[in-house]
Write a protein that binds this ligand. Structure first.
Ligand SMILES: [Zn+2]
Length: 653
């Protein structure tokens, strides 16, 4: 048991203000911080609680046990004897996992005071700080006489990538007031990077984008435009062939075309998405409309042609990359958890910049169907990749061993490259900050669940409301005003794109009922305390048909229930295999409390030595109604096979 209490609402005696991970200088929508939007219960609060109770500690314990944190101790202890080799643990970018843990801890501490967590955080900050060199450089894998020289492997070394994650942890420390010592470390590091890579420094970039989005936010957080300028240099240098040739081509690390000239995201998915997020930050801060338009254009083309129904991105295992347009094989979906998080980061920045609900739609889809698919129900294991079709059951991973990335159909406790668990941790620790925003005239609710919003509009008008919903399973969203607004304000509610064609019912405080089909509904009035606005979104299960150009799923359908993409798992099948099932689409799916029930048949043919030739008569067996579960919860009941896309067949036996 830990003792926790809510944070104070201001940083006493401090010029800084609380803010979340993204705080643009100018935007259409203004983000809210952790004191202004708070989860109060239900689905999302449970996920966040699992993160604070289990996931953060899990990441910390693993990195302590396998020496990734100790790398910093050894680096600190060896500073006076750099020639003396010490055993570095893990691959060259494991520092970044410690930084993402620090970021997650800071967001957690920003929400609630927890003396035990603060002590662990302070201790970790101390250990990381001790490894910083006198000139500000900080990395445990490079620069000592027995290691590779600093900046000697910009293609694969991930030095700037790791430092970018440190700077994001610094932003969290600054904005939550939790770690002034870490902020000083960040400043010294940024100064070092300015000397090395600034206008007077070397013209170079890192193989893995991340430093761009980090520096831009550091500039915002510290109100020091120099760091935005350094981010701009890194963004503008990209796409000019500065990195050496590699087997996957320059496209792999987006060095094939300048950001402002590209039309679609391509290459390694996480790299492409982090870069786009950083480029948008730079565009917003420097009022570079051409660059912002390029990012918008790339987002649109990528969503239209290169995104899985879950919101997942990346269909190549070999290079963890986007495929060509419509190359979205469900069984080879890479759909890395980190790509889902990076996509959410990008969409959030676009939403703040433009206010367009489409971005919030993709955030919803991706959070619920990619990011939340990663952690196991108990928070002690994670999916790295998120396939949409698991053909073999796989084996139970060893709970004490470090796993390769995608060994099994089951989630693994830790990976050799363990970017995803810590990314989940920092995202869940700050997830409520994607839920709502404000303008001068009111508030906008983008994501639904149970949470409170308490914010003062710039003219002092208070907005205090409670959102209550059984989302994502129940589409009824009740917004209760706790305080009167002394003037007319706007309450804007997103109508998710999956309700297309369905009537959305809105009940305003005076009982007026209206039906809507647009992407947002706005209620404008002077609200009285106790006023209730109800948005009723139909969450019944329905078929989802793919664009016919997505060859790999042609002739198949998926089922979506509200915002949740559903999946068929073999543990729910009497035949025990998803390989030969067909779905009868003449029978509408029946909505169940958390999923749907569909009519399935099983089609099988006599085995032949050669599986091609003339049509062979198949025997069809009725399987009756079978339950589909939310995709994000699959794999929690032991080894199984699974598929999201179901081949359409007839029900005849
Ligand atoms: Zn990852």
């Amino acid at each position: 048991m830990t003792t926790t209490s809510p944070r104070p609402t201001t940083l006493a005696g401090d010029r800084r203000r609380f803010a979340g991970p993204v705080d643009p200088r100018t935007s259409t929508l203004t983000p809210l911080d952790a004191t202004q939007v708070r989860l109060t219960g239900g689905f999302w609060a449970e996920k966040q609680q699992l993160n604070s109770d289990v996931v953060l500690r899990h990441c910390e314990d693993w990195m302590e046990r396998i020496g990734w944190i100790r790398n910093f101790d050894l680096a600190a202890a060896g500073r006076d004897q750099p020639d003396e080799e010490w055993p570095h643990s893990g691959i060259e970018f494991v520092d970044s996992e410690v930084y993402k843990l620090l970021e997650g801890m800071a967001w957690e501490l920003g929400r609630q005071h927890d003396p035990d967590l603060q002590r662990r955080y302070d201790d970790l900050v101390e250990r990381v700080s001790g490894a910083q060199d006198d000139d500000g450089y900080l990395h445990t894998s490079f620069g000592r006489p027995w290691q590779r020289a600093r900046w000697s492997d910009l293609e694969w070394g991930h030095e700037l990538y790791s430092m970018g994650h440190l700077l994001q942890a610094v932003v969290a420390a600054e904005r939550t007031g939790t770690g002034p010592r870490l902020v000083e470390v960040g400043r010294r590091l940024a100064e070092h990077l300015w000397r090395e890579f600034g206008p007077e420094g070397r013209v170079a970039i890192c193989g893995h984008p991340e430093i761009e989005v980090a520096l831009a936010e550091l500039g915002r957080a510290l109100d020091e435009p120099r760091w935005v300028e350094l981010a701009r240099l890194f963004v503008d240098r990209r796409g000019r062939g500065l990195l050496a040739e590699i087997e996957y081509g320059a496209e792999y690390f987006q060095d094939d075309r300048p950001v402002r000239e590209a039309d679609v995201l391509r290459g390694h998915a996480v790299r492409a998405l982090y870069l786009a997020a950083g480029a948008l930050d730079v565009a917003v801060e420097t009022r570079d409309d051409e660059l912002a338009d390029a990012v918008r254009r790339q987002w649109e083309a990528t969503v239209a042609h290169r995104t899985y129904v879950t919101g997942g991105m990346g269909s190549h295992h070999q290079d963890e990359a986007f495929g060509a347009d419509h190359e979205l094989p469900p069984d080879r979906a890479y759909s890395e958890t980190c790509a889902g998080i990076a996509s959410t980061m990008l969409s959030w920045r676009l939403l703040l910049a433009d206010g367009d609900a489409r971005y919030a739609d993709l955030i919803e889809r991706t959070l619920l169907n990619v990011v939340l698919a990663s952690p196991r129900e108990d928070g002690h294991a994670f999916f790295y990749t998120n396939t949409l079709h698991q053909r073999t059951e796989g084996t139970v991973p060893d709970e004490l061993e470090v796993n390769a990335r995608a060994l099994s159909s089951l989630r693994a406790p830790w990976f050799e490259v363990s970017c995803c668990p810590t990314n989940v941790a920092r995202t869940l620790a700050s997830v409520e900050q994607y839920f709502a925003t404000r303008t001068d005239d009111g508030v906008q609710l983008h994501q639904y669940g149970s949470y409170d919003v308490d914010v003062e509009l710039p003219d002092g008008t208070p907005v205090a409301l409670s959102v209550a919903s059984g989302y994502p399973f129940d589409g009824r969203v009740e917004v209760t005003w706790r305080e009167a607004t002394d003037r007319e304000v706007e309450l804007t509610l997103r109508v998710p794109s999956w309700t297309e064609g369905a009537a959305v019912t809105l009940i305003a405080p005076d009982g007026e009922v209206s039906r809507h089909a647009t992407s947002t509904v706005v209620v404008r009035r002077a609200f009285a305390a106790g006023d209730v606005v109800v948005l009723d979104l139909p969450t019944r299960a329905s078929w989802v048909h793919p664009d016919p150009r997505i060859d790999a799923v042609r002739g198949q359908v998926a089922v979506q229930r509200g915002p949740l993409v559903l999946a068929l798992e073999s543990v729910d099948l009497p035949s025990g295999s998803v390989a030969d099932v067909l779905v009868d689409t003449r029978v509408a799916p029946v909505t169940t409390p958390t999923g749907a029930r569909v009519a399935l048949t099983r089609s099988w043919t006599r085995p032949t030595p050669w599986p091609y030739g003339q049509p062979v008569a198949a025997t069809v067996e009725q399987l009756g109604r079978v339950d589909l579960v939310p995709y994000a919860s699959w794999g929690n009941r032991g080894p199984s096979t699974m598929r999201v896309w179901l081949p359409v067949g007839e029900g005849r036996g």
